[in-house]
Ligand binder design. Structure first.
Ligand code: HEC
Length: 136
């Protein structure tokens, strides 16, 4: 292929990436995100920590996956109609920060850092629930 033709193909491919024909649409409720992602993921890592923390590479991989998806799903709490007044935003931001710290701790295989990150994460869950989660 000629250099100029290659350049055109590359430009078109990049344009395709930039103008990908998809816009985020809110489908899941806060309840659904909590029931399916936040609750089970937090439980999974908390139980691992109670049992002495990740024991092998697989455990670290699973802990990281839970934390990274917790970070992703927590960002959904800050999108569209899900957003509410304070302390909604600061609580969600705390869970995002804690989940990111947990990802870094899992990368470093650092149990103490993971414990601290779980503390930050859990604090974010609690401060939002205190105000917004209906009492049973
Ligand atoms: C920004 C606010 C906010 C944050 C942060 C938050 N939650 Fe929630 N959570 C809610 C609200 C609101 C409900 C009640 C939803 C409903 O049932 O309508 C809820 C409900 C729940 C439930 C009950 C779901 C069910 O099946 O009844 C669980 C479990 C839960 N959250 C776990 C967590 C965990 C774990 C975290 C932290 C990793 C977290 N949440 C962080 C707002 C939040």
């Amino acid at each position: 292929m000629k250099k100029s033709a290659l350049l055109i193909v590359l430009t078109l491919a990049l344009a395709g990436l930039v103008f990908a024909d998809h816009e985020y649409a809110e489908v899941g409720s806060v309840h659904d995100i909590m029931e399916v992602v936040q609750g089970p993921s937090m439980k999974y890592v908390s139980e691992m920590m109670k049992a002495g923390g990740p024991q092998n590479d697989d455990d670290w991989k699973h802990a990281k996956a839970r934390a990274s998806v917790l970070a992703e799903a927590s960002q959904l709490l800050l999108m569209g109609a899900r957003v509410k007044d304070e302390p909604w935003t600061s609580s969600a931001m705390q869970t995002i920060a804690g989940a990111k710290e947990a990802v870094a701790a899992a990368d470093a295989k650092d149990v103490e850092a993971l414990r601290a990150a779980m503390g930050t994460l859990g604090g974010g869950c609690r401060s939002c629930h205190k105000v917004y989660k209906p009492k049973k």
